[in-house]
Design a protein around this ligand. Structure first.
Ligand code: AP5
Length: 202
């Protein structure tokens, strides 16, 4: 009884949370964010999804981003920040959000802090999904076969992992220093990982 009361309390306490989801390509950010948004009733904001939608729509931004993304490199900071500012003008972010795919480097981390301070929506938690490289490669190879995403080719995956190590991994220390970082083991079943995330946020 006590345990169930505690579980209920911790779930209610984590509503309205503003979460940054961190992790290497293939670590399960998109998979977990899709489930977590329903549990927390907050929007999922994925910069990768916004960019892929622009590519599919053939907008000027999409035409520019398509070539960059196919190589596994990062789209320019200015473009992605502009896109994000537009998304944060929507009212639904007032009830919290899960931000997936941003920040990808220290400049983006600082720009995000400035933007969210201006909007009075500071980050509560930065949640890092830890997954070993062999598992990342296996998952991305599986998705390449199943879905044929343009940047899941072996060359693009190798570059995405390199970019992650060089530019994105330092962002983990950034949130460690701010006190917002929580780390969750990201190997196991999708449901097991979701429960670990819920426990870590509570
Ligand atoms: P983005 O879309 O953010 O891609 P990514 O970070 O490379 O991440 P992925 O989507 O590959 O992986 P994920 O961690 O979401 O894992 P998923 O849940 O899909 O970015 C794409 C590109 O856009 C970038 O390279 C860049 O060019 C550009 N971009 C985006 N944001 C940018 C920014 N801020 N600045 C500049 N450029 C930016 O899972 C992967 C696979 O594993 C799936 O098939 C899934 O079904 C499977 N899986 C997941 N969990 C499990 C599990 N527990 N067990 C078994 N399989 C699992």
């Amino acid at each position: 009884m006590l345990a169930s009361l505690q579980a209920t309390r911790s779930l209610s306490e984590i509503t309205n949370m503003r979460i940054v989801l961190l992790g290497a390509p293939g670590s399960g950010k998109g998979t977990q964010a899709t489930l977590l948004k329903n549990r927390l009733n907050v929007p999922h904001i994925s910069t990768g999804e916004i960019l892929r939608a622009a590519v599919a729509a053939g907008t000027p931004l999409g035409i520019h981003a398509k070539a960059v993304m196919a190589t596994g490199a990062l789209v320019s900071d200015d473009i992605v920040l502009g896109m994000l500012e537009e998304r944060f003008r929507q009212d639904d972010v007032q009830r919290g959000f899960i931000l997936d795919g941003y920040p990808r480097n220290l400049a983006q981390a600082r720009a995000l802090d400035q933007l969210l301070t201006r909007l009075a929506l500071p980050i509560d938690k930065a949640l890092q999904l830890d997954v070993g490289e062999q598992m990342l490669l296996a998952r991305l190879a599986g998705r390449a076969t199943a879905e044929g995403r343009a940047d899941d080719s072996p060359q693009a995956v190798a570059h995405r992992l390199h970019v992650y190590q060089e530019q994105t991994a330092p962002v983990i220390d950034y949130y460690q220093r701010s006190g917002a970082l929580v780390r969750v083991p990201g190997e196991g079943s999708v449901d097991q990982i979701l429960e670990r995330i819920i426990a870590a946020l509570g």
